[in-house]
Write a protein that binds this ligand. Sequence first.
Ligand SMILES: [Zn+2]
Length: 216
Amino acid sequence: MWGRVLDAVFPAQCAGCNAIGSGLCDACAPPSANLAVSFDGISALATGWYEGTLRAAILAVKDGRRDVAAALGRRLAPLVEPGALLVPVPTTRARLRVRGADGVALVAEIAAASNGASLVVALTQGAGDAQRGRSRTERLAARGRFTCAAHVAGKTVTLVDDVCTTGATLVDCAGALRAAGATVTGALVVAATKAERLWEPYSATSTMYSSNARTS
Ligand SMILES: [Zn+2]
């Protein structure tokens, strides 16, 4: 409610140059240099490196900028398979309490809406005492710091996150989803850090799944 009111009062403004109109203007947005990496049965795609304006935009989303989240969602949209079921990597409850919105979920929502895909919020982070009162299936589906709701059983899902550094978060999320009975084959991230994983240029003309088949 307040989000919508604020959106009306403060128009979208570029995270790079403050120009009015978009959370990330065409002049500031680095061209989508799609990058791919595969690990733990997951084909991950990123729209560019975690540096410069893309990094600034991701940090702005962490600060609660919905206009910038929308711009990043539109940037991610071309990588979304039509009809895909997107699962956002959740923020911590503490951050959610402070910011009032989950930036990654907003990015995923826009990306899904622009491409005929849908979004399911299945994961939560920072379980702590949240295990109490859960069913056995739900407890088993709690893997590391992530807990997965049971309603994704039998579904094939694609993870969405803002930044991928080591891939450990995606692997943990995939573990929780798989324990809950879901199939996880892909992940989409806005940006990849240059260290750790060997990301390779990815041709947008092939789909995520043909890319997966090619590397396996
Ligand atoms: Zn700009």
